[in-house]
Design a protein around this ligand. Structure first.
Ligand code: NAI
Length: 331
């Protein structure tokens, strides 16, 4: 039997945490033959609820689950962690300024970066889910300088999967027949869901999604805004965030990163920009990536048309502004 992999979930008493930990314990993140140990971190006011989640994990008798730690101590939580899924954060409450929310999250991610750097396994892979996801990941990277930058990512796979879902619904084909959409940029309403390189498997072979949809107006307007605003639509419908799909996408993100993307398929991940596609270096930006042997690489050489260029730059601009705001909170 394989050695267990230790997975940290922060904010584990929250909505997404509650959906995510059973998925991890069932093998949805690391595969059906990979034993796991789950570390769950939350803050003191949620300690009792967190312990309730631990009780349920024990009660579910998951064959792959070799241990559970539920703690409010960030050092215990980070100790020996191989995969860290950062879901904990400070939510924007009514009447709060953007800067106040940013400031709270900057201090959380600064502290947790240091704990991970000192106590996690040296090759620890980090996925930031909590919003503002890209900028939280950037702060984490800045304050954990000994963790390789290629190990620090943020979640845009939910947006990616939402884009696949919209094309699948529009064409009435199964979602697994659609691939290679791209989410560019920020996990926010300025993100750019791009279908220009997406394809669909049909009985007559692989076809461009744009050609099959045959409705440029829909693709250039409603499709984009639906994906951009899907999170808000779910909150409106459920009165709660999109926890199930966020948890499932977080599993997809880590699984593909660790086990590799299928040949000919890319996925979207928020990663540290190396300047590809003219995106400023030093941002955590969502790109199309392929993964092999535990490492992602940005898909190169895709043709970018004029409309896409504008949208790719607009979401980069927002991230530059967020970065400036985050830095102003450090002083
Ligand atoms: P939630 O409010 O139900 O859970 C958040 C949990 O984090 C709470 O239990 C809270 O006590 C905990 N927490 C707060 N500060 C903490 C700290 N310093 N250390 C550890 N835990 C801490 O929220 P939910 O619905 O689970 O969402 C979590 C985050 O994920 C939010 O920031 C949300 O905006 C974001 N999100 C991101 C998505 C993405 O695609 N990137 C999609 C959906 C949500």
């Amino acid at each position: 039997e394989k050695e267990p992999v230790t997975v940290l979930v922060t904010g584990a008493a929250g909505q997404i945490g509650y959906a995510l930990v059973p998925m991890i314990a069932r093998g949805a993140m690391l595969g059906p033959d990979q034993p796991v140990i789950i570390h769950m971190l939350d803050i003191e006011p949620a300690a009792e609820a967190l312990n309730g989640v631990k009780m349920e994990l024990i009660d579910a008798a998951f064959p792959l689950l070799k241990g559970v730690v539920a703690t409010t101590d960030v050092v215990d939580a980070c100790n020996g962690v191989n995969i860290a899924v950062m879901v904990g954060g400070f939510p924007r409450k009514e009447g709060m300024e953007r800067k106040d929310v940013m400031s709270k999250n900057v201090s959380i991610y600064k502290a947790q970066a240091s704990a991970l750097e000192q106590h996690a396994a040296p090759d620890c892979k980090v996925l930031v889910v909590a919003n503002p996801a890209n900028t939280n990941a950037l702060i984490l990277k800045e304050f954990a300088p000994s963790i390789p930058e290629k190990n620090i990512t943020c979640l845009t796979r939910l947006d990616h999967n939402r884009a696949l879902g919209q094309i699948s619904e529009k064409l009435d084909v199964h979602v697994s027949e659609v691939k290679n959409v791209i989410i560019w940029g920020n996990h926010s309403s300025t993100q750019y869901p791009d279908v220009n390189h997406a394809t669909v498997n049909t009985n007559n072979g692989q076809k461009p999604a744009r050609e099959l949809v045959g409705d440029d107006k829909w693709l250039n307007t409603e499709f984009i805004t639906t994906v951009q605003q899907r999170g808000a639509a779910i909150i409106k419908a459920r009165k709660l965030s999109s926890a199930l799909s966020a948890a499932s996408s977080a599993c997809d993100h880590i699984r593909d990163w660790v086990l590799g993307t299928p040949k000919g398929t890319w996925v979207s991940m928020g990663v540290y920009s190396d300047g590809s596609y003219g995106i400023p270096q030093g941002l955590i930006y969502s790109f199309p990536v392929t993964c092999e042997k535990g490492e992602w690489s940005i898909v190169q050489g895709l043709k970018i048309d004029e409309l896409s260029r504008e949208k790719i730059d607009a979401t980069a601009k927002e991230l530059v502004e967020e970065k400036t705001l985050a830095y102003s909170c450090l002083n």
